[in-house]
Design a protein. Structure first.
Length: 129
């Protein structure tokens, strides 16, 4: 498999992660944490996106550290789906999911599923190196 295809696959994972962050902001997921604020949430999200973009650069340059960071990024994506699914199951009886751990559920599921696909493809590619 050519590196260009891996870059495109990972690019779509980054897009899904950004959409997920937008959904969490819209549903006020930062209110879950005690003394949580939008500024702290944006700081943490920036850190996660930095890992994603560093991995993207590493894969685009075909460097090993990029592939390792991709695996970490996929783990973030998969955990997002699991955490938000559990939060949704706990809070599904509420009319409004804003400010709960379920905020981000609707984009967390596709993000998690696509993270599994990307993880498998990158693992197969790395096994062949």
């Amino acid at each position: 498999m050519a590196v260009e295809y891996l870059v495109i696959l990972y690019f779509f994972l980054i897009i899904l992660q950004i959409l997920h962050i937008f959904e969490e902001i819209a549903m006020k997921a930062y209110e879950v944490m005690p003394k949580g604020s939008l500024n702290k949430y944006l700081f943490a999200s920036s850190g996660i996106l930095t890992v994603y973009m560093t991995a993207f650069l590493g894969v685009a340059l075909d460097m090993l550290f990029g592939y390792v960071l991709v695996l970490i990024g996929c783990a973030f994506a998969i955990l997002n789906g699991i955490v938000h699914s559990v939060g949704y199951l706990k809070n599904r009886k509420k009319e409004d999911l804003k400010g709960t751990i379920a905020a981000g559920f609707y984009s967390g599921i596709p993000l998690s599923l696509y993270g599994v696909v990307v993880l498998l493809i990158f693992s197969i590619y790395l096994a062949g190196l």
